[in-house]
Write a protein that binds this ligand. Structure first.
Ligand code: ACO
Length: 204
């Protein structure tokens, strides 16, 4: 398989692949020519047609960039990568290209879209729906029946109370406690969470 992006996030993904001992990383792609290797794996800098055919995972934490790469390259993306310490209900769905970090927990009937990140120690409770390109940061608690729209970032340690609907391409600040629904593109911080501004996205 190929890892797209020689980032800090890529280092954690390499750990996931190595911990499971199931897949081999052929190389990493990054357009920064100054990066020659990462954790002993060769970094290549020219994206070729041959690379398009290889299963890959996008190791880029920024949700918009991750989405734009999927649109540009139309790759054969890997099925989800899951660290062996993660605790997953048998009754969940996880989309291709998503990565589930160490000690994450996903409970019954949760649905996770494509190219999502469930970061270290995050908890996704029963019946939660997480749409494509979402990033759930380390230590987040998403309680039961929450819905999170495409491309939204939930900052480290935030808590979302049950049944809340968070819109698309929103940002929840680190440590926020979300007790009301969040509109699309909102940036929300604090306890209780308040909107401080709105994200601007091209093509939206
Ligand atoms: C493995 C990994 O590392 S995964 C990465 C995880 N990443 C994170 O958790 C990052 C989460 N990001 C944040 O919390 C950021 O502060 C954001 C996105 C909410 C806001 O960032 P910016 O747009 O740069 O806002 P900025 O720093 O200018 O702050 C705007 C105001 O909100 C306040 N604010 C910012 N973040 C927070 C927060 N988390 N909680 C409370 N207040 C906050 C600031 O104090 C400031 O208030 P003021 O206007 O009264 O001075």
């Amino acid at each position: 398989m190929v890892i797209y992006g020689a980032s800090g996030h890529a280092k954690v993904i390499i750990d996931i692949v190595r911990s499971n001992n199931e897949k081999t990383i052929d190389f990493i792609f990054d357009d920064n020519h100054s990066i020659k290797e990462l954790l002993g794996i060769k970094v290549r800098h020219n994206w070729t047609n041959e690379m398009r055919k290889r299963p890959s995972v996008i190791a880029i934490g920024n949700n918009i960039i991750r989405r734009n790469i999927t649109e540009k390259f139309e790759n054969a993306f890997c099925e989800a990568l899951v660290h062996k310490s993660a605790v997953l209900s048998t009754n969940i769905f996880i989309g291709d290209g998503s990565v589930i970090m160490p000690n994450a927990v996903i409970n019954s009937s949760a649905k996770i879209g494509v190219h999502c990140i469930l970061n270290t120690g995050s908890i996704v409770e029963h019946d939660v729906v997480i749409n494509d390109f979402v990033h759930i940061s380390p230590g987040v608690t998403v309680t039961g029946n929450v819905q999170i729209g495409e491309g939204t970032q939930i900052g480290a340690g935030a808590t979302i109370i049950p049944g809340i609907k968070i819109g698309k391409w929103a940002t929840i600040g680190a440590g926020a406690v979300i007790i009301n629904d969040v509109p699309d593109f909102s940036v929300v911080v604090g306890n209780p969470g308040k909107t401080i501004k709105f994200n601007k996205l091209e093509n939206e």
